[in-house]
Design a protein around this ligand. Structure first.
Ligand code: DC
Length: 221
């Protein structure tokens, strides 16, 4: 078993930026578990499965073979042999993934894949249930959050920089809805592990957040 750093928290808190940065500094593998739920959502959407139909989702997800490869230091998600990295970052997939990640069949399948990845390497893994469910014995557990307004502002900036027209209030509303869905689902809801370090990044720089994690890792390594 390698060294494990688990980073959980809501969408837009900065998990992936921070996880990627710390993994790079430590020479660990970064595992983006959200990308796996997104790839599964893409599969189910293409199959036109009703995300609210538990039985249908459970049955169909068995046909999705999701694998991860590391190419030039980047995580590439393969869905039945197809590289889907460029297809899973849309709003439509975000919404579908939020619904289908509730499904016990989907979670069972992806959690076991995530545990396998952590068995063979030192990892920084980010998601919603890493410290509570996927890697309950992780060496470092971080719960990274930020206010919904700040998270909406970050997303708004990202979108307007890309030239996309958007509305700040609408983005915040969507974030609040997605948080609610992620926090109130029955299986593996988004919640901080008892032994997690709670970090509110609303008024912290990326570097300051990275420092907190590096110091915590240094103290237990
Ligand atoms: O972090 P993200 O936005 O890429 O995650 C996509 C969806 O997958 C989101 O609705 C939460 C869900 N998810 C999950 O349930 N468990 C994880 N470990 C990671 C993501």
């Amino acid at each position: 078993m390698g060294f494990q750093i688990a980073i959980d928290g809501p969408a837009g808190a900065g998990k992936s930026t921070i996880a990627k940065m710390t993994a790079g500094r430590l020479g660990y593998v970064y595992v983006d578990t959200g990308a796996m739920y997104r790839a599964m959502a893409l599969f189910l959407m293409r199959a036109q499965v009703d995300p609210e139909d538990t039985q249908a989702v459970s049955g169909k997800c068995e046909e999705a073979d999701i694998t991860i490869r590391y190419e030039n230091g980047e995580q590439v998600v393969y869905l039945n042999g197809e590289n889907v990295n460029g297809l899973i970052r849309t709003q439509e997939i975000s919404n579908m993934a939020s619904l289908t990640s509730k499904n016990p069949g989907v979670r069972k399948k992806l959690v076991s894949l995530q545990q396998k990845l952590a068995r063979d390497a030192d990892v920084v893994m980010d998601g919603r249930d890493i410290g509570t469910c996927v890697l309950p014995d992780a060496d470092v557990k971080i719960f990274l959050t930020a206010s919904s307004r700040v998270r909406a502002e970050r997303r708004y900036k990202e979108l307007t920089q890309k030239g996309t027209d958007c509305d700040l209030d609408a983005i915040e509303k969507e974030i609040i809805e997605r948080d609610h869905q992620d926090m109130t689902r029955e299986i593996s809801p988004l919640q901080a592990a008892d032994d997690a370090v709670f970090v509110d990044s609303s008024y912290m720089t990326i570097e300051e957040v990275a420092q907190v994690i590096m110091e915590k890792a240094d103290s237990v390594r």
